[in-house]
Ligand binder design. Structure first.
Ligand SMILES: Cc1ncc(COP(=O)(O)O)c(C=O)c1O
Length: 439
């Protein structure tokens, strides 16, 4: 099989030069570097699906507001560590208008990307109860959260939710909660990498058990509003972005501005702590923090030593985006909808040539079209498939690094693939299918 769309000998040589034992086992950044090199050497453009980066310009209302703030001189001034007041108020308004939940501005805190919000929350949650030392991840998930646990020396457990959808989730979660070790749970919704979206019944199960066992639920909404099967874009009108916040008052939400507002470069996200959790007191926090109140410990004991707040101008940028969204002037869902259109087109092409969608339903509904989807090819495991696809000008990552048990699964990200590349994708997968016929 040496007559491949991308020159076989160049690809083989560059893989060898990269020192990688297999493409299928490489990290996202290693794959990116390899594909950059192959593109440069061959002059051929890949269907690049490995990295989850926005494929759109940043939201203008944010850029304009941020430039103005810089011109007004905010760069010289330390921002308040809990976030600037107008932004805290606008975040509170945003969650009211698009989630229909009430959170005081006190608990609405800008962070250096959602990434820092997670880091700070893991630190604080792991100190709530002396006898509880473990975070539970509902996987598949974002690998960096586990990396954060490793560098912090924190324990975690995880399970792949694939076989525990619907009512089955209750028993599975309870089996962990009963151990008495779990202080908090993290999942993303819509899910990176599988794009499954929990149903309201599932969120209710999670919420009820969180209240019963006094466990903090960390809901990562990095893809806020991006389940395009429903229109979550109208401020103050149902349907609202589904959330565990409707079923427990023991939650922290992480709302990244990276994908939904294409603002990844400014490293600003929102951490939203429920009023109940913010004011809750935990005796064991006193060992690490001056006070036992969760919100106080988070701001003055965790975010302060981490970065002393979040970039002042970026806070004004985010304020600009939120004001435009809250007023209805800017429809942030429409802005990113094309990811779903591309996912639909791409999935059709994959299915046409014998590929399968791995995480394919939300209980009884086909999975939504969005930022990511997962696929496999009969007879090949993820590593074998990725190793082969490179020669066909297609790059992606294996689900194995995400805590998935689907050893055949690959994650595809739609953001960097352009509509004009669909004919190439079709031709390359067609040839792949001919070269590797399904028995
Ligand atoms: C599920 C999930 N959580 C968090 C993040 C990180 O967000 P941020 O860029 O705001 O740090 C990402 C980014 O890819 C993500 O996919």
């Amino acid at each position: 099989m040496t007559n491949t769309p991308i020159d076989f000998s160049i690809v083989s040589q560059l893989i060898k030069d990269s020192g990688l034992s297999s493409v299928g086992r490489a990290s996202i950044r290693e794959i990116k570097k390899l594909i950059d090199n192959i593109e440069e050497a061959t002059g051929e453009k890949f269907i690049r699906m490995e990295m989850g980066i926005p494929g759109l310009p940043p939201v203008k209302a944010g850029v304009d507001a941020q430039i103005k703030a810089l011109q007004d001189g905010v760069a010289a001034i330390y921002p308040d560590i809990m976030g600037i007041k107008p932004l805290k108020q606008e975040i509170s308004k945003f969650v009211k208008l698009f989630m229909n939940i009430d959170v005081s501005p006190n608990g609405c805190i800008p962070t250096v990307g959602s990434m820092q919000g997670g880091f700070a929350a893991f630190l604080a949650c792991s100190r709530l109860h002396k006898e509880r030392d473990t975070t539970l991840f509902i996987d598949p998930g974002f690998p960096v959260h586990k990396m954060q646990h490793r560098v912090l020396g924190l324990k975690f457990e995880s399970f792949d939710v694939y076989n525990y959808r619907g009512e089955k989730l209750r028993e599975k979660l309870e089996s962990y909660f009963k151990s008495g070790k779990i202080h908090s749970v993290l999942y993303s919704n819509p899910n990176n990498p599988s794009w499954i979206c929990f149903t309201d019944d599932e969120l209710k199960i999670i919420g009820e058990l969180a209240t019963k066992y006094d466990i903090v639920i960390m809901e990562d909404l990095a893809y806020f509003g991006m389940d395009f099967r429903k229109d979550y874009s109208k401020p103050g009108e149902a349907p609202y972005q589904p959330s565990v916040a409707n079923y427990t008052d023991n939650y922290i939400l992480f709302i990244s501005s990276s994908k939904v507002f294409s603002y990844a470069g400014e490293r600003i996200g929102m951490m939203v702590i429920s009023d109940n959790l913010y004011t809750s007191r935990y005796e064991d926090l006193k060992e690490f923090y001056p006070r036992d109140e969760f919100g106080y410990a988070m701001i003055f004991g965790t975010l302060y030593p981490l970065s002393s707040g979040t970039s002042h101008s970026a806070q004004y940028g985010l304020l600009g985006v939120l004001k435009a969204s809250n007023s209805g002037e800017f429809n942030f869902v429409d802005y990113v909808k094309d990811y779903g259109v591309k996912a639909h087109e791409m999935k059709e092409i994959f299915l046409k040539y014998g590929f399968e969608i791995v995480y394919d339903t939300d209980i009884d509904q086909p999975i939504a079209d969005g930022f990511y989807f997962t696929f496999s090819y009969p007879g090949l495991d993820a590593e074998q498939l990725l190793d082969k696809l490179v020669y066909y000008g297609i790059s992606a990552i294996s689900l194995l690094i995400t805590g998935s048990e689907r050893t055949e699964g690959i994650r595809a990200c739609t953001s960097l693939v352009s509509h004009s590349q669909m004919p190439d994708l079709d031709a390359r997968l067609k040839q792949f299918h001919e070269d590797y016929p399904i028995n």
